[in-house]
Write a protein that binds this ligand. Sequence first.
Ligand code: URP
Ligand code: ZN
Ligand code: ZN
Ligand code: ZN
Length: 474
Amino acid sequence: MAAKKLIKNGIIVTASDQYEADILIDGETISSIGLNLSSADAEVIDAKGCYIFPGAIDPHTHLDMPFGGTVTKDDFESGTMAAAFGGTTSIIDFCLTEKGRPLKDAIKTWHEKSKDKAVIDYSFHLMIGEMNETVMKELPQVIEKEGITSFKVFMAYKNVFQADDATLFHTLKAAKDLGALVMVHAENGDVIDYLTKEALENGNTDPIYHALTRPPEVEGEATGRAAQLTSLADSQLYVVHVSCAEAVEKIAEARNKGVEIWGETCPQYLALDKSYLEKPNFEGAKYVWSPPLRDKWHQEVLWNALKSGQLQTLGSDQCSFDFEGQKTLGKGDFTKIPNGGPMIEDRVSILFSEGVKKGRISINQFVDIVSTRVAKLFGMFPKKGTISVGADADIVIFDPNHERVISATTHHMAVDYNAFEGMKITGEPVSVLVRGDFVVRDKQFVGKAGSGQYIKRNRYGAASQLKQNETLSI
Ligand code: URP
Ligand code: ZN
Ligand code: ZN
Ligand code: ZN
């Protein structure tokens, strides 16, 4: 049990407020918030000059995941440690399933991967690759016993993860009845397959062809299709890793018609662009993930969508592979480059630096995007995602003026490169607490593998916090 702690002199920022107050932590939760608090037996932590944010929640990670003939470099230990350095106190990782095998086997595998490893709290989304009587029978148990209330359907990665439209539609119907949120990777896998084969036939094998064979239209089309199917099923949808104007347009169009659809983007789409795939010496492979990076002008569309509330969250899509030995598997054939990048550590700081500091979003929107909205959508609020009495003491003490340069030489992820290498950012977590215990203290790791707890989540909408087409006051 964590000792009592009293955080003084910081400025608390939530999705709606910003004020100066002290926070008393008793055990794992916040027991009091107020001016001039005192406690004889609490350790006092001075947060002068810092913001106090609720711990960030990353809704999109792939740790220790087999993919593209290899396995992601960061596992639940290195991945969650890096997340903690970045101010993230909970993650939701994607549990992959296999057709014809019980869902519970896949969940067991994911529990084995994470047990005794995670240094922050964690939960799972469940991939749905097929829909039939057996799967339908298992789903209520997945929700009740495991607290997994979000299902992921891939519309891309033909012959690997891709599900057909019937599966997506059936999943949407089931989710509506069961109180779950359906998530989609929205790219048209069949068209990508066609374009990829065509590129290879023409001898086009360099990393840039990864982007050229997955143009924005295939993301826009799949997003629009998923939105229409959601409307037809009268269900709810969360579109992961939105990268382009075409997809934002489809989400906005559906939301304006009253469809319950939410959109997530990622720091890589806000800060990097397609030209990175053309780096010499095969270095473009470092930037191969799906959807691909886009032409630079798309960034402004994504920022505006975050600001206006048409996109609501930021996931890292952490899916890290070393350049040497993993990304290089695709030398001479871009389709063999494992898809994904290392983003878990810098997600929050990039949004703060590029978003808040540059005046693109407000500080309350920032908190909403990296924490509160995620907690609400994925059934974790108000235990997670805010600073209030009774909530878990998941807290980030954040120095808003600290300047640093992102680099693989100083990051805490296990991979040999950082996609944001050389980027100057302002603002950095100084100390991070998970359920009242320091995991990072004065920028030093003080956590413990296995201290992270599995989070059983509530059903979609259970917190009654989801207002359709809600936009934020700025
Ligand atoms: O390229 C990516 N994004 N890899 C991770 C799997 C996925 O599609 O999210
Ligand atoms: Zn995806
Ligand atoms: Zn992903
Ligand atoms: Zn500093």
